[in-house]
Design a protein around this ligand. Structure first.
Ligand code: DGY
Length: 311
């Protein structure tokens, strides 16, 4: 029998890329014998992989994450158990930056509400007074997190002649020079930006970093875009800010919780666009992500250093 890997349902692309090398069993319903034999775990849809899950698999060598963010994996627990953790950095920077721009443009220019209206019986004639949005070109974008994805967002924003402010743990002079972005304090970024977007990982530092106070600091015409992790923004505070007019609109590819309960009031707001975590969802990127996931898995199972190892 081939080596056993635990994962929740994987797409056919996994078998294609791994040449059907592995037998895949579900994380939560594998038999005791399968848990004993499992050598790897693939986290495909952000399954929570903590020390308890790892302890059920005494032969575990690697956790391979399909994605760059590993906030759903207990990396410390993995290190303590000698289990390697891999992720897929780099390949999804462009697609995630594209999605940031897509949400920014769609929210600012009323693409979704406009689409609904254009399909409805109410659309009877061209009216220049309806759905007048905000100009993206020439406005100011504040990017929180100037890593690989943030840099790609900034490059796209510069093509829209935007002033780009950024806030990051470490200043990035080389990107300031090559892309033309300006370092700003978090407070300045919030108060001077027309759009505030996030390209940072979810960590203890970023968890809930946008709450009532920070939303009040944004312009009342401000638009918040989140393509990073839902929990960076406090959901109740965002709901309040969007309802009271503290900020004008939001584009959310991620939410906290994700998905939101189906009766959540955010889902009723017309000044919010919500997409189902599509940041890296292009055919090209998905294939590259799967290739990196499999490369890390195979290396870990064979006891080699992972090509893109988190720990
Ligand atoms: C990531 O790469 O972290 C995305 O959220 C997809 O998993």
């Amino acid at each position: 029998m081939s080596e056993i890997v635990l994962a929740d349902p994987l797409p056919p692309l996994f078998d294609e890329v791994s040449a059907s090398r592995f037998t895949v069993r579900p994380v939560n319903s594998a038999s005791d014998a399968e848990l004993q034999q499992a050598v790897g775990i693939v986290s495909y849809g952000h399954d929570i992989i903590d020390g308890e899950v790892m302890d059920r698999c005494p032969g575990l060598r690697v956790v391979s994450n399909h994605g760059v963010g590993v906030d759903h994996i207990d990396v410390v627990a993995a290190v303590q158990r000698g289990v390697a953790v891999g992720n897929t950095p780099g390949c999804l920077d462009s697609s995630t930056a594209d999605m940031t721009m897509a949400l920014m443009l769609s929210v600012a220019r009323n693409v979704v509400v406009g689409d609904h209206f254009a399909r409805s019986p109410e659309f009877t004639h061209y009216d220049p007074a309806i759905y007048v949005g905000q100009e993206v070109t020439g406005s100011t974008l504040g990017i929180v997190g100037m890593g690989r994805i943030g840099t790609e967002v900034a490059k796209r924003a510069k093509a829209f002649e935007m002033r780009v402010l950024y806030f990051n743990r470490n200043r990035r002079p080389e990107i300031e020079e090559s892309v033309g972005v300006e370092f700003a304090s978090f407070d300045t970024l919030l108060s001077e930006s027309d759009f505030v977007s996030f390209s940072c990982p979810l960590t203890d530092e970023t968890h809930g970093m946008i709450g009532t106070q920070q939303l009040k600091q944004m312009k009342s015409s401000g638009i918040l875009i989140n393509v990073a992790r839902g929990a960076i923004v406090q959901t109740d505070a965002l709901l309040e800010a969007l309802t009271s007019g503290e900020i004008v609109a939001a584009g959310l590819d991620v939410t906290d919780p994700e998905p939101l309960p189906r009766d959540h009031p955010l889902l009723q707001l017309r000044n919010v666009i919500i997409t189902p975590h599509l940041g890296s969802a292009s055919n090209h990127t998905r294939r590259q992500m799967m290739q990196m996931t499999v490369d890390n898995l195979v290396a870990g199972v064979e006891g080699r250093k992972l090509p893109t190892q988190v720990s």
